[in-house]
Design a protein around this ligand. Sequence first.
Ligand code: MN
Length: 255
Amino acid sequence: MRILLTNDDGIHAPGLELLEAVASKLSDDVWVCAPAEEQSGAGHSLTLQHPVRLREHGHQRFSVTGTPTDAVNLALRKLFPDKRPDLVISGINAGENLADDITYSGTISAAMEGALAGIPAIALSQVQMVAGRIGGSVFDAAEGWAEKVLRVLVDAPMAKRSLINVNFPGLAADKVKGVRVVRQGFHDYDRGSLVEGTDPRGRPYFWFGLEEMEHTLDHGTDLEAVADGYVAVTPLQLDLTNHAAIGTLSERFVA
Ligand code: MN
């Protein structure tokens, strides 16, 4: 099984190092192609305004001077002339990717890029014990649970253009209660903090912060699962169509 690893925290991130260690237990054909620098919050963006560079860091290890989407896209075009990867795994992100945060997430988007290419894809994220803070990131739950979760997911059938979002709760591994397969939740709308200041040349600047956002803990969601101490596993799909609305909206265009 050929596995391509990537992330949005960059090629030097400790979560990627952990993922490499876990993936090497599942396969002896593990490749890494990750952004050269941190790209958290990059979403599914593709670099179009300037060229990107591919840099080799060691045996089957590469970085791309671009976004997570660039890294997967370029890897699939340039690194595998003979045999494409059988699986794309993105992470392990330092910080949660729960609820509607997933649309901002470079970690999820890298997995989406794999799914768009027809390759089964999994995104892994570790909820931090102190919400919003990733300095001195803790990966305890992921260290204890990533391998067993991945072993199940690797054998699970996956529909085309779909991916799996996994979040490990911010707990010591022995405090994690198990795994729940749940739907995506939603935060109550709140964009976190905004820091305002003045730069050294006297111009105002704004800086988005990431604090824990308010949310109503709907039953059966990823937010509830990690709050209850479980690993949250959410199958996602790239068809964003609101199928239920097609009929009612169509009726409005009937002459
Ligand atoms: Mn990140």
